[in-house]
Design a protein around this ligand. Structure first.
Ligand code: AMP
Ligand code: MG
Length: 400
C-alpha cells in the first residue's frame, strides 16, 4: 500500500507535473471569459486628445470673460479639430468632442442660456481655466502596460482590448477533458432505476465545477466494473483527451480496477492516497502524452472535495492563471480535528458584524451523504491536530 502524503505535498506534486495546454489566437468576440496569454499595452494616449467632458460651450477663459459670448461655430464629438479665434467667442461642443484650438474652458449647457447668436452665462456661473476638460494621456500614456498574461478576460479587460485595437487575442487553450464515472451500480439521470442502482451524479458535479472556470470541452463517459473494459476505455480516452478526471474504483476493493488499468495504459503514478478525510484514496498520474489524470474517490463528497481542492486549481494554473488569494475563515464552534489526517469540513460562511468570515460547519456523517451540500459554499481545511480545533480557529476555506 502506498505511503500517505500530506495535502501540501499532493498540491506540490500536481503543480510540478501538470502539463501546459498551450495558447491560441482567437477573435476578440470569442475571448470573453478566457485566460489572457499576452501583454497588452496602450495603443495611444488615453484619452488620445484633450477632450470635452460636458455638452455646452468652449471658450478661452480670462479674468475679464464677458457674460455674453458669440457663437462662432460648433465642435461636435467625432469632428476634426476646429479653431476658436475671436476673443469673446465660443463654440458649441458635445461630450467626447476634441477641445477646439484656442479654447481652454468648457461651460456646461445647464449654466448658460442661448440668446440669438450668443450664449449668456448664468449669474451663478463662475468658470475657470481648464474646467471640464479630460486632458490627453491623463488616464494612461501610450505604451503603458494595461493587461498581463494570466488575467481572466471579464468585461473590464475586454473593454481595454477593444479600446486598444486588439482584434485578435492570444488566450490559453482549453484542454479537452474526459469526466469518467466507474461503477456497475451507476445509471444515467434519465434511466429507470433498478434494484441496487443509483444515478450517477459525480460526473455532473465535476463538470459543473469545471464549467464555472470556463473548461467547456468536456466529454462524459461511464465505465462498468470490468478489468478489460476499464483498460480498453481508458486507452481510448487517453487518445482523445488532455485531462482525465475519473471517479470511483480507486480504493482497495476487489472491483477497484482504475489504478491498475491506468498503469497498464502507461499512465505513470505520481501519488496514490493523501492523508485527508474525506478523499484519502485519491490518485494522480501523468499519461504517455503528458495527460493529467486525476482519479477521485467515488463517494460524492470526496469526489467534489478532491475536484475542488486539487483538479480545479491545477487546471487553472496550467492555463497560466495566478493562484487565487487564499480565503481565511474562523470556525463558529469547536470541531474534532483528526489526529493524522487533514479534515475537509463542508461549511456555510457568513460575515460577522466586523466583516470577518465565519464558517459554520455542516457536517455530513459520511462522505456518501451529500444532500446537505447545497447549504454550504465550500469547505474548511483543518490540518491534522490533537483533539478539538476550538471555536475561532482560523483556517483556509475553499469554495465549490
Ligand atoms: P467507489 O469509490 O467506486 O468504491 O465508490 C464509492 C461510493 O461512491 C459507492 O457507494 C458508489 O456507488 C459511489 N459512487 C461512485 N461513483 C459515483 C458517481 N459517479 N455518482 C454517484 N455516486 C458514485
Ligand atoms: Mg465503484
Amino acid at each position: 500500500m502506498s505511503e500517505l502524503i500530506s495535502v501540501s505535498q499532493a498540491e506540490a506534486l500536481i503543480a510540478e507535473h501538470m502539463p501546459s495546454f498551450g495558447s491560441e489566437r482567437v477573435r476578440l468576440d470569442d475571448a470573453a471569459g478566457r485566460v489572457l496569454r499576452q501583454s497588452v499595452h496602450a495603443e495611444h494616449d488615453h484619452p488620445p486628445f484633450d477632450r470635452v467632458m460636458m455638452d455646452g460651450i468652449a471658450t478661452l477663459w480670462s479674468e475679464t470673460l464677458p457674460q455674453r459670448l458669440h457663437v462662432a461655430g460648433a465642435q461636435m464629438a467625432g469632428m476634426r479639430r476646429q479653431s476658436l479665434s475671436g476673443e469673446g467667442d465660443c463654440l458649441e461642443v458635445t461630450t467626447g468632442a476634441m477641445l477646439p484650438h484656442g479654447s481652454d474652458c468648457v461651460i456646461p449647457v445647464e449654466q448658460v442660456r442661448r440668446d440669438g447668436d450668443d450664449y449668456v452665462l448664468g449669474d451663478d456661473c463662475h468658470p475657470f481655466a481648464g474646467q471640464f476638460i479630460h486632458r490627453r494621456g491623463s488616464d494612461c500614456v501610450q505604451g503603458a502596460r494595461l493587461l498581463s498574461p494570466g488575467m481572466r478576460l471579464g468585461p473590464a479587460e475586454m473593454a481595454l482590448l477593444a479600446a486598444n485595437g486588439v482584434a485578435n487575442v492570444e488566450v490559453a487553450s482549453v484542454p479537452s477533458v474526459a469526466i469518467v464515472s466507474t461503477g456497475d451500480e451507476l445509471v444515467d439521470v434519465g434511466a429507470a432505476l433498478g434494484e441496487g442502482q443509483i444515478r450517477r451524479s459525480n460526473d455532473t458535479a465535476v463538470r459543473t465545477a469545471l464549467r464555472m472556470d470556463g473548461f467547456d470541452r468536456v466529454a462524459m463517459e461511464h465505465i462498468v466494473d470490468d478489468e478489460a473494459a476499464t483498460r480498453e476505455r481508458i486507452a481510448a480516452l487517453l487518445e482523445r483527451h488532455d485531462v482525465l478526471l475519473l471517479s470511483g474504483g480507486v480504493s482497495m476493493g476487489q472491483r477497484d480496477y482504475v489504478p491498475a488499468a491506468l498503469a497498464a495504459q502507461g499512465v505513470r503514478k505520481v501519488f496514490h492516497r493523501i492523508a485527508q478525510k474525506p478523499g484519502k484514496p485519491m490518485w494522480f498520474g501523468i499519461g504517455p502524452r503528458g495527460q493529467a489524470v486525476f482519479a477521485l474517490p467515488g463517494n460524492p463528497v470526496s469526489a467534489l472535495v478532491c475536484a475542488t481542492r486539487y483538479a480545479r486549481p491545477a487546471l487553472l494554473a496550467a492555463q497560466g492563471m495566478a493562484a487565487p488569494v487564499r480565503e481565511l475563515v474562523s470556525l463558529s464552534e469547536a470541531v474534532d480535528a483528526n489526529p493524522s489526517l487533514a479534515s475537509f469540513l463542508p461549511a456555510r460562511v457568513e460575515s460577522d458584524a466586523s466583516g470577518r468570515l465565519v464558517a459554520y460547519p455542516v457536517p455530513s456523517r459520511t462522505s456518501g451523504d451529500f444532500s446537505s451540500l447545497p447549504r454550504t459554499q465550500g469547505f474548511v481545511q483543518l490540518p491534522p491536530g490533537q483533539g478539538k480545533a476550538p471555536a475561532g480557529t482560523v483556517a483556509a476555506f475553499y469554495r465549490w
